[in-house]
Design a protein around this ligand. Structure first.
Ligand SMILES: [Zn+2]
Length: 176
């Protein structure tokens, strides 16, 4: 499970999981970096490596959420909070070289924000596939990647329909 640091988006609470049930990595805006075997120290990649190759998890879920402060900071292009600008640098991985993330004509700020929060899930799923060991296991059908989005205000969970590229209410899926 790859989730955000946001205290309102606890995967264990949302999925009603007890100790030993979920292997969780949380970071600002639930981002997975691109595979980069460059000798650097990569926390998310280390957790992913362990989950996939040692624990042999069958599923990886990227859990995005509404009202994400990391996404908001990215959209608002906030001033660095410290000289290191760690949030700014971290969020910059969200944008591919040459890509522009902008509010569309007639798109409200609220809609824009939700679109980017969901885009963070798509980007992380895309980046997961840059890891050779993920790609291989997905290809063999031994690993499944999923996207989800949590509405913190209503406590509602949406699951990504990858074919339709849309998030659908999880409660509808189980016929509630
Ligand atoms: Zn967040």
């Amino acid at each position: 499970m790859i989730g955000c640091c946001d205290s309102r988006v606890s995967p264990e609470v949302i999925f009603d999981a007890g100790p030993g049930e979920l292997f969780v990595v949380r970071n600002v805006a639930n981002l997975v970096p691109v595979y980069a075997p460059d000798g650097g120290t990569h926390g998310v990649s280390a957790a992913l490596e362990y989950a996939v190759n040692a624990l042999r998890v069958k599923h990886v879920v990227v859990l995005g959420h509404a009202q994400c402060g990391g996404i908001r900071a990215f959209i608002d292009k906030i001033e660095p909070l410290s000289p290191g600008d760690f949030i700014g640098r971290w969020m910059s991985m969200f944008v591919k070289p040459g890509e522009k993330v902008e509010q569309r004509d007639h798109e409200s700020m609220a809609d824009f924000t939700v679109r980017i929060e969901k885009a963070a899930v798509f980007r992380s799923l895309e980046n997961l596939m840059t890891f050779p060991f993920v790609q291989t296991k997905v290809g063999r059908g031994e690993l499944n990647l999923h996207g989800a989005y949590f509405g913190v205000a209503e406590g509602s969970l949406f699951v990504l329909d990858k074919d339709a590229k849309e998030f659908r209410s999880a409660s509808q899926e189980v016929g509630e």
